[in-house]
Write a protein that binds this ligand. Structure first.
Ligand SMILES: *[C@@H]1O[C@H](CO)[C@@H](O)[C@H](O)[C@H]1NC(C)=O
Ligand SMILES: *[C@@H]1O[C@H](CO)[C@@H](O)[C@H](O)[C@H]1NC(C)=O
Length: 479
């Protein structure tokens, strides 16, 4: 009985297969078809996620709002809290500037996305050490926090989402350090070698996010990734005051970011069991480039495995459970790109200036709040001016006549698999921060571009220490 049963099953599969082969006109080999057939029927193991907001401070409200929202997307999809690891500073919900205490929104009049968010790594536990410990699944390497890590096996799927400030080859983690592109990709390769996942999807939103993966992430380790921007592009905030989908009057900050909002709202308005990652990529890309002023553009980029993983339904990673959708867009206030005036997009590092400027305008004349807001804005502007000046001075001291080529906005061609290149970059950053103080997100962008060029022309440690200590004889104490 059992034998004849499997005979029939096998026969049906063979007949089905040959129909499919004919249908596809031989484009795909039988072997591919068989593996796809098997693939589609073997469910992945546990769905895991690691969500990271890289910034703190109320002016950066949107990064943590994005991450909280991502948690709701996954939670409504049916992922369990034990499998969702959240790393965020957690200073927004109860910040004195928050007009709705305990509430975080990721779009105008949206739901409270803060509800139920696990607080795995908050405050100063948001740092590179914990980031890599979580990623590699090494609980004993975590310090502080819940100790939850990506304790995954070879059947599991993993979704990683990062939202924050970036620079060329860098994703910042508050002021506790930076995630370097090479370290990120090496950790992913190690996880692959350890057979610690079946498939992985990574979404990153930050300025220059393409530079975290471009020419680094291999196509054959089962990881598909997209980023908010190309190597040299900014990424843009969304739902900012003064834009057509502005938050209510009196709100002085941006609620989200363009790429992040786009993938999440796409996930909430589609059937997750059939909507593919590929379709999502197209929808997000379309939403980000239509009706664009070319000066304010960021392109969604794709990296890694854009064959097998690309054709997976988003539900394989985000969960299918649309029935329990908590953030369903029903009030009609959701973004519609036909009406979105992208000429008013706000760059990541301008979003904090916008906030400080609006806080100043909002404060009553002659009040204590007014002078406080004025000071905050003045300090931020002074800090940027100081960073501009210092970085320019270092380059001038080192390169004199050729300084313009070092300051050029484009990244010189380098071999990203050269270990010396990364050592050089880290050495430049350490030297700067030792002598001149911690770089702001604005300063990091500026310094990353010149660092890439300086390492490309072979700057030595002695040279950079000499120039940096001359440029910053007294350490800048703004932190
Ligand atoms: C996990 O981290 C600890 C502490 O940093 C380290 O000693 C150990 O070698 C790590 N384990 C693995 C498997 O990498
Ligand atoms: C978009 O914004 C720009 C700059 O503020 C303005 O000149 C233009 O008229 C706006 N377009 C629409 C359709 O609102």
């Amino acid at each position: 009985m059992k034998g004849s049963m499997s005979y029939w099953v096998t026969l049906i599969v063979i007949v089905w297969m040959s129909v499919m082969v004919r249908k596809s006109k031989g484009v795909r080999s039988i072997k591919d078809q068989v593996s796809q057939f098997v693939e589609d029927r073997v469910p992945l193991g546990t769905k895991w996620a690691f969500l990271v907001a890289g910034s703190n401070g109320f002016e950066n409200y949107r990064h943590q709002a994005n991450v909280c929202h991502a948690y709701q997307v996954l939670k409504s999809g049916g992922l369990k809290d034990e499998n969702i690891i959240v790393m965020m500073f957690d200073d927004i919900a109860y910040h004195p500037k928050n007009p709705k205490r305990g509430v975080i929104m990721n779009r105008p009049n949206g739901p409270n996305v803060y509800r139920g968010v696990p607080k795995d790594y908050t405050g100063n536990n948001v740092n590179p050490r914990n980031f890599f410990a979580v990623l590699s699944g090494n609980k004993s390497a975590t310090i502080g926090g819940s100790g939850k890590v990506l304790n995954t096996n070879s059947h599991d799927s993993i979704f990683i989402y990062m939202s924050g400030h970036g620079a060329v080859h860098v994703f910042g983690l508050i002021n506790k350090g930076d995630i370097w592109a090479a370290d990120l990709v090496n950790a992913l390769k190690k996880k692959h070698a350890a057979l610690a996942y079946k498939k992985m999807v990574i979404y990153i939103e930050s300025c220059h996010s393409g530079s975290m993966l471009e020419n680094l992430l291999p196509g054959n380790i089962g990881i598909y990734a997209t980023t908010a921007s190309k190597v040299n592009e900014n990424s843009y905030a969304m739902y900012c005051p003064g834009t057509p989908y502005s938050p209510p009057a009196g709100i002085t900050f941006c609620l989200g970011d363009t790429y992040s909002i786009s993938w999440m709202e796409d996930s909430e308005t589609s059937k997750r069991s059939t909507h593919t990652l590929y379709r999502q990529y197209l929808n997000v890309a379309k939403r980000m480039v239509e009706h664009i002023d070319p000066g304010y553009i960021s392109h969604v980029m794709k990296y890694g495995d854009t064959t097998a993983v690309w054709n997976d339904a988003i539900g394989k990673y985000f969960g299918d459970g649309s029935a329990r959708l908590v953030n369903k867009i029903s009030d009609g206030s959701a973004f519609s790109y036909e009406h979105f005036n992208t000429t008013r997009l706000v760059k990541q590092d301008d979003a904090s200036l916008l906030h400080l400027k609006l806080e100043l305008e909002k404060a009553p004349h002659g009040s204590e709040d007014k002078s406080k807001a004025q000071k905050e804005l003045d300090d931020e502007l002074a800090r940027r001016k100081h960073e501009d000046h210092t970085i320019n001075l270092i380059v001038d001291l080192l390169f004199g006549e050729e300084k313009d080529s070092i300051k050029m906005d484009h990244v010189h061609k380098v071999d990203l698999h050269d270990v010396d290149y990364w050592d050089c970059l880290k050495m430049l950053w350490k030297t700067y921060q030792d002598h001149c103080g911690i770089l702001s997100p604005y300063g990091k962008k500026l310094y990353s571009k010149v660092s890439v060029n300086m390492c490309n022309v072979g700057i030595s440690e002695t040279q950079i220490i000499a120039a940096t200590s001359q440029a910053c004889p007294i350490k800048n104490h703004i932190s």
